[in-house]
Design a protein around this ligand. Structure first.
Ligand SMILES: NC(=O)c1ccc[n+]([C@@H]2O[C@H](COP(=O)([O-])OP(=O)(O)OC[C@H]3O[C@@H](n4cnc5c(N)ncnc54)[C@H](OP(=O)(O)O)[C@@H]3O)[C@@H](O)[C@H]2O)c1
Length: 179
């Protein structure tokens, strides 16, 4: 579903301290969404808070670490009690782990999946009951061209983004009756 009319609508973006998450939060707020720019470390939210403030944009900074279920639930509950709704979730938080496959430790690999795949799943599952109740909502999963083909040293990151592609494609079927 396209993100269109924004009056009184609420958006949540994970990983808003920098890069695509920062820009997406600012863009959504510029288009009238009350935007929860979530960050795992609140200190790292100061930049977007200050820049959004200068432009008088409706951006609220909230702590959310996608690897921490309690943190996700606290953020979602806080947003719900402040606004009573949640219209857009942008699953953006992620990072790149590169290295020759045989040199990657299990801990490194699990960490990559915890953020890029299970983080997305956790956050989506926390938000979906609200969208189901509303009978509306938009979920945007930030994948990558690395979700389409592999490259040398990319086994960890690429495989997480392939997972995001597969999840997104199947979830779209599961959720097509949301509205
Ligand atoms: N840049 C590209 O060319 C590109 C291309 C394709 C796809 N992507 C995807 O786009 C997304 C954003 O990447 P980016 O390039 O904008 O990188 P970035 O500037 O490094 O931003 C990544 C964001 O994710 C956050 N993050 C990492 N682990 C987290 C966690 N456990 N919980 C919550 N937030 C977490 C980071 O927070 P901290 O500041 O606390 O680390 C940061 O805000 C990623 O999913 C990436 O795979 C990027």
């Amino acid at each position: 579903m396209a993100i269109s009319s924004s009056d009184n609508k609420v958006a949540v973006v994970t990983g808003s301290s920098s890069g695509i998450g920062y820009e997406t939060s600012m863009m959504l707020a510029s288009n009238g969404f009350l935007t929860y720019a979530t960050v795992r470390n609140l200190n790292k939210g100061e930049n977007i808070k200050s820049n959004a403030g200068k432009e008088n944009l409706p951006v609220r900074i909230t702590q959310l670490d996608v690897t921490d279920e309690l943190s996700i639930n606290n953020a979602v509950q806080a947003i719900l009690s402040e606004t009573g709704r949640l219209d857009v979730l942008v699953n953006n938080a992620g990072y790149v782990l590169e290295g020759a496959f045989e040199h990657l430790s299990m801990d490194e690999l699990k960490g990559q999946y915890e953020t890029n795949v299970f983080g997305l799943i956790r956050t989506t599952q926390a938000v979906l009951p609200i969208m189901r109740k509303q009978k509306s909502g938009t979920i945007v999963n930030i994948s990558s061209v690395a979700g389409k083909f592999g490259y040398p040293g990319g086994s960890a990151y690429v495989s997480t983004k392939f997972a995001v592609e597969g999840l997104s494609e199947s979830m779209a079927y599961d959720l097509s009756h949301l509205v």
